[in-house]
Write a protein that binds this ligand. Sequence first.
Ligand SMILES: [Zn+2]
Length: 181
Amino acid sequence: MATKITTKHEHSKNLRRTAFHEAGHAVMAVLLKLPFRYVTIVPTAEFLGGCNFRTPSYAQKLRLVAQNPNAWDRDRLENEILFYMAGAIAEKRISGRIEARGSSSDRHCASDLATAALRYAAPEEVVAYLKYLSVRASNLVNSPEVWAQVVLIAQRLLKIKKLTQTEVKEVLGVGKFAART
Ligand SMILES: [Zn+2]
């Protein structure tokens, strides 16, 4: 009986952590105007923790970068990196630590994109650039207005599990004021 209660408690703790992780990605995406289809905390076979937030085809994106680097300006790549970093930052703020497995694909995406953004750079330059961007992502996520949005989306995800980009924007009231003017 005691084991069962602990397990249930662990499960809801994990869900909460995942919800904040995914909410971090989603809010950053809206902030930086990056398109995404949906954000969810429903686990899949590939992502144990339910980390299946996706912008359309990441692999395809990297191929585009390789084929035509000029089509991807550095600002856009930098925004993508901030987006990938935001999940772990939000997760760390509420749980005090990061589930390494859950964030490893985010880390790979961020470092691949940094390498693409800094063509011809030495590896230590890429490392320093990623370090700078992680400070920037952290300051953005932890700013009071953005964090309030992360909390809102995480709470919503815990209730209904999945939100489309449009639903995320509705919850955040994005576009509400623009439509009135
Ligand atoms: Zn993630």
